[in-house]
Write a protein that binds this ligand. Structure first.
Ligand code: ATP
Ligand code: MG
Length: 366
């Protein structure tokens, strides 16, 4: 009997459903004739779920995800739901709980800019003659975003607030393992980013990662950098990095900086991996584009589907263990874009194609 790769499709709002349809076409084409079957079901999430079922993350959606080996996610939110109370807004009420429920502790974001697309980057071409090819690994379920928060009065009666940042050794070690595996498949070079000159959590972070690499991956070259310097170096010479690993808040900021130097959000994908294993003995994961719902172009059929397609490729790699198919999809996307087939966000003088035409070109090259 053929193996089954089971995932849920949560297309969401805005351009989500438009790019998702095309990603599924590409995925099905890339998997045709293989020794497994794709099995997926679509479920409402975000604004679409608020409209159909009154809540951004219905129980039926969570249940379906629990029974799957991965989630292929689009994007959620949009102007229509902006006036809801903050806790009910699609992003906060859908994406954050999903991360929490499925313990998605590791966020992997490739910062990939093809040399043929350097026009898309705000960096000067001479700084990135060969494009950009780095990966940012961000801890996603710990640190200051999840620590204790409180507001209080000082002794003088002044209003004050505090957020707590904390990490356990085990939380640092498991993200170090993801960084190490990524580095082993690339240049065997890791930069760990912290602020160990002022933060106690960073002192522990640095000590733990150093010991972990010495013990388990002595062949990896590990360097440390303070986050302020890392932000500067990313803009100055991004390719000095290969794999970056950092805690939640620093990663939030640095991965957005990385996205902007890599040009269009329409090209950037991400994976968020859980800490258990799925029914195939691999990592459960949620795969989504780096961009959002792009309300300015939603409904026009012109969004770039590549980020969603590349997210599906990451799903094949991490949750289904088929690096070969991931590479095949990545190569077809690269070839289409480098042949000059471009949606508006990356056209730069080329005639812009539609979302569907972009996917057609990728399918042709598969
Ligand atoms: P959200 O709150 O959902 O993130 P947003 O208003 O921040 O929405 P983004 O989706 O983050 O919008 O997009 C920021 C900019 O990048 C927009 O101008 C959008 O059109 C563009 N963009 C994002 N994704 C794509 C894509 N797939 N194709 C083309 N352009 C995109
Ligand atoms: Mg956005």
């Amino acid at each position: 009997m053929k193996k089954t790769f089971k995932f849920t499709v949560l297309a969401g709002d805005g351009i989500g459903p438009e790019v998702m349809d095309q990603a599924l076409r590409v995925l099905e084409c890339a998997c045709k004739g293989e020794d497994f079957e794709l099995s997926y079901s679509r479920h409402d999430v975000g604004g679409a779920a608020i409209d159909s079922q009154g809540e951004a993350l219905p129980k039926s959606t969570v249940d379906a995800c629990s029974q799957a080996d991965a989630i292929l996610f689009g994007s959620v939110g949009g102007p229509k739901w902006e006036n809801l109370p903050p806790a009910k807004q699609p992003e906060r009420a859908a994406l954050l709980p999903l991360r929490k429920i499925f313990k998605l502790f590791a966020n992997i974001r490739p910062g990939l800019l093809y040399p043929q697309l350097t026009d898309a980057s705000p960096l000067k071409k001479e700084r990135i003659p060969n494009g950009i090819d780095i990966v940012c690994i961000r801890e996603l379920t710990g640190g200051i975003y999840f620590g204790e928060k409180k507001t209080y009065k000082t002794e003088d009666g002044e209003d004050a607030a505090c957020d707590t940042m904390s990490y356990k050794v085990s939380e640092i070690e498991r993200i170090a393992e993801v960084a190490a595996q990524t580095a082993m498949s690339r240049g065997k070079k890791i930069y760990s980013i912290d602020k160990a000159n002022v933060l106690q959590t960073s002192v522990l972070w640095r000590k733990t990662i150093t010991a972990f690499m010495e013990k388990n991956y002595p062949e990896i070259e590990l360097k440390h950098l303070y986050v302020d310097n890392a932000a500067m170096q990313l803009a100055r010479d991004p390719n000095q990095f290969d794999v970056l690993v950092t805690e939640n808040m620093f990663g939030d900021i640095l991965s957005d900086e990385m996205a902007v130097i890599c040009g269009s959000l329409g090209m950037l994908c991400s994976a968020s991996l859980g800490d258990g294993s799925n029914s195939l003995g691999l990592k459960f994961g949620l795969y989504e584009p780096a961009g959002g719902t792009a309300p300015d172009i939603a409904g026009k059929g012109i969004a770039n589907p590549c980020a969603q397609i590349l997210s599906a490729a990451m799903m094949m790699r991490y949750s289904f263990g088929r690096d070969d198919i991931a590479k095949k999809i990545e190569a077809a996307v690269r070839k289409a874009v480098c042949d000059g087939v471009r949606t508006g966000d990356i056209a730069f003088g080329n005639a812009a194609v539609s979302t569907k035409e972009m996917a057609d070109a990728i399918i042709e090259r598969l």
